[in-house]
Ligand binder design. Structure first.
Ligand code: TRP
Length: 335
């Protein structure tokens, strides 16, 4: 039996933070080590253009995300790690699928509807500032997934609808042109933590409450010191379950360390001391990877080479599939 295929994309906007690490990167790297799974991880730089029209930011983010995954030990012999824009079959498939995707389906996409709602609330034209890129983004995502006949797609909850749309588009294509695509399933890790940020809300770039993953040591310490606490003094018992300090601790600690910290909260550990311990724990787990990350960023040619090798492996799948798709839709050599 062929291996189960797991695929996920990372949009190249922004710098990876602790929330990305705990919720997505760490589980993905672990999953990529499984012998019964073929994983495909890619830098979704075409998707980045939907959200970010600053060339230098898109480029910098691509470099940082690639370096992050490599520094954290992604095994590129086992996983196929590539940049979306290095696989020209993806945008081509995207067009073919665009001609199979119902406009009404796209009208229902949450991400697009949210932008319309904001416009309406502001009294603007409903289409104000909405590009066709945003509107048809679920089709590009379907192309990413169907191109490699992925079975499972690990995503956050906000992306489930897009996977359903990919299934819908694949089903329609298969029905009309014959079986070409596997119907993918979303994989939402119930157990994977959604980390709280500095202010206690979900850690997210859009809230400006993140702790970047590879901050230099001193800045990591400073950032941890900014995590929201209450006014309880040392000696007063504290509630671990409402504290972002404890929640971040839990995401990095062993069960025994978590139980110990829970006890320390009950015993009235001071916030300064709790944060000092949190810094030690997080820093201890990231220090080695941070050195690798710095070394990788100092050697961009190496990153580029790894991505080119990844693209070559990815194209060993995408080229033959696209040939079949072209044949199926009637785009053929004249003979
Ligand atoms: N849209 C996804 C996100 O914002 C990223 C992404 C792009 C993706 N293409 C994908 C995820 C394909 C899974 C599969 O998180």
């Amino acid at each position: 039996m062929s291996k189960q295929r797991v695929l996920t994309g990372i949009t190249t906007t922004g710098t990876p933070h602790l929330g990305n690490y705990v919720g997505a990167i760490r589980p993905a790297i672990q999953a990529s080590q499984r012998a019964d799974v073929q994983s495909f991880y890619f830098l979704a730089d075409f998707h980045a253009l939907i959200k970010c029209q600053e060339p230098d930011l898109v480029h910098q983010s691509t470099r940082e995300i690639a370096a992050t995954w490599l520094a954290l030990g992604l095994d590129v012999n086992n996983a196929i790690f590539y940049r979306q824009s290095d696989v020209p079959e993806i945008p081509e498939l995207c067009w073919v699928l665009t001609c199979m995707a119902a406009k009404g389906l796209m009208n229902r996409a949450h991400a697009y509807k949210a932008s319309v709602d904001v416009n309406v609330a502001n009294g603007d034209d409903p289409d104000f500032g909405i590009t066709m890129g945003l509107y048809s983004y679920p089709i590009l995502m379907a192309a990413d997934i169907l191109m490699f006949n992925a079975n499972k797609v690990p995503v956050g909850r906000d992306q489930i609808q897009h996977i359903e749309m990919a299934r819908d588009i694949a089903g329609r294509f298969n029905h009309h042109y014959g079986e070409h695509f596997v119907l993918p399933e979303a994989l939402v890790e119930e157990s994977s933590a959604i980390l709280q940020g500095l202010d206690g809300r979900k850690m997210s770039k859009s809230y400006g409450n993140t702790i970047p993953l590879f901050l230099p040591e001193k800045q990591l310490k400073k950032s941890i010191n900014k995590i929201l606490t209450n006014l309880l003094e040392p000696g007063q018992a504290k509630d671990p379950d409402t504290s972002p300090v404890f929640q971040i601790w839990q995401a990095f600690a062993t069960p025994a360390q978590t139980a110990d910290m829970r006890q320390q909260f009950a015993d009235g550990i001071g916030w300064g001391e709790a944060k000092r311990q949190l810094f030690e724990l997080v820093n201890g787990q990231l220090a080695e990877a941070r050195d690798k990350y710095e070394a990788l960023l100092a050697n961009p040619a190496h990153i580029e080479e790894v991505l080119q090798q990844g693209a070559e492996k990815a194209r060993a799948y995408s080229k033959p599939l696209l040939e079949k798709v072209r044949e199926a839709v009637g785009i053929r050599k004249i003979k």
